[in-house]
Write a protein that binds this ligand. Structure first.
Ligand code: NCD
Length: 310
């Protein structure tokens, strides 16, 4: 394998990485697992800016935990209205200022194209922590890592996405990520208003089999991974449109009765009503385990981007 060097690289889209690079990040994440307990100082004196223009629990806290576990520090905001954004400062000016203080920027922003714009402006690497409905590449990395750690491989698996595939950015990035692997079969199941955008389906179909369906039940015995997402209420231009699809699906223990023994049930969280709480204790449920995988993936990614390990 050619020498892979990710130092200084922006992480705007999962499509910026080829399969070898993705596998390298996932392998590095595994090296981080013992460090997540023991701690390390490989990011000593590194400062990472976390700029969150949209709400976040997991992504922001897992980046901050990853930074601290590796001996680095972070600064930033989770509430842009306490920063100069409230005074009307635009994103590019904010980036041009913050890059003076930090070695890398983690950015979440409601607009599509925001992360790409920030990466073009910034001298330091920019990591996209969610750009509108577009992409969420570090979530895709942690989703891929979860699949690999739980099922031992990604090649050859049958995977179904269920939910708001139109507005959900995690499923867009994950679909592109899965398309890098061999013989993956991807089922897309959603209410018809919430289908995945055509251009993404067309792109991903060039590499893997993609089958759209509105039937969930026949899929359950076939899949190795069921990936459920919430309906992204805040992305609907009209609340009445949301009401039409709200609560249109829910996974219960009964839904899973025909599942393969090793089938894993994933969700990027937050979960609202789409997975019943009774499922949390099922051996299929991996969504809280994903939270931990997410932290080690972000440890590995930061270490590589900041050149802390080779
Ligand atoms: C997701 C997001 O922000 O896109 N959350 C996350 O980062 N785990 C999913 C969501 O909000 O539904």
């Amino acid at each position: 394998m050619a020498q892979i060097d990710l130092q200084g690289k922006d992480v705007v889209s999962i499509r910026d990485f080829n399969r070898d690079e993705i596998d390298y990040i996932l392998d590095t994440a595994q090296l981080m697992e013992p460090l997540s307990k023991a701690g390390s100082d490989i990011l000593k004196r590194k400062i990472i800016g976390t700029l969150f223009f949209e709400p976040s629990t997991r992504t922001k806290l897992s980046f901050e935990s990853a930074i601290k576990k590796l001996g680095g520090s972070s600064l930033g905001f989770a509430e842009p209205m306490v920063s100069s954004v409230k005074k009307g400062e635009n994103l590019t000016d904010t980036i041009r200022v913050v890059e003076n203080y930090v070695d890398a920027i983690v950015l979440r922003h409601p607009l599509e194209g925001s992360a790409r714009l920030a990466a073009e402006v910034a001298i330091v690497p920019v990591i996209n922590a969610g750009s509108g409905t577009e992409e969420h590449p570090t979530q895709a990395l942690l989703d891929l890592y979860t699949i690999k750690r739980e099922l031992g491989k990604i090649d050859g698996l049958t995977i179904a996405f269920l939910g708001d595939l139109r507005h959900g950015r995690t499923v867009h990035s994950l679909a592109y990520g899965l398309a890098q692997y061999d013989d993956v079969k991807l089922y897309l199941s959603s209410p018809s208003l919430l289908k995945m955008r055509r251009e993404i389906v067309d792109d991903v179909s060039k590499n893997i089999d993609v089958i759209e369906t509105d039937q969930l039940e026949p899929l359950i015995p076939k899949v190795d991974v069921l990936y459920v997402t919430r309906i992204q209420k805040e992305r609907f231009p009209d609340i009445e449109e949301f009401e039409k699809v709200a609560r249109s699906y829910e996974i219960t223990l009964d839904t899973l009765r025909t599942a393969k023994r090793k089938m894993i049930l994933m969700h990027p969280l937050p979960r609202i009503t789409e997975i019943a709480h009774e499922v949390d204790f099922s051996p299929h449920a991996k969504y809280f385990k994903e939270v931990w995988y997410g932290m080690v993936v972000r440890m590995g990614l930061l270490a590589l981007i900041l050149g802390a390990i080779e």
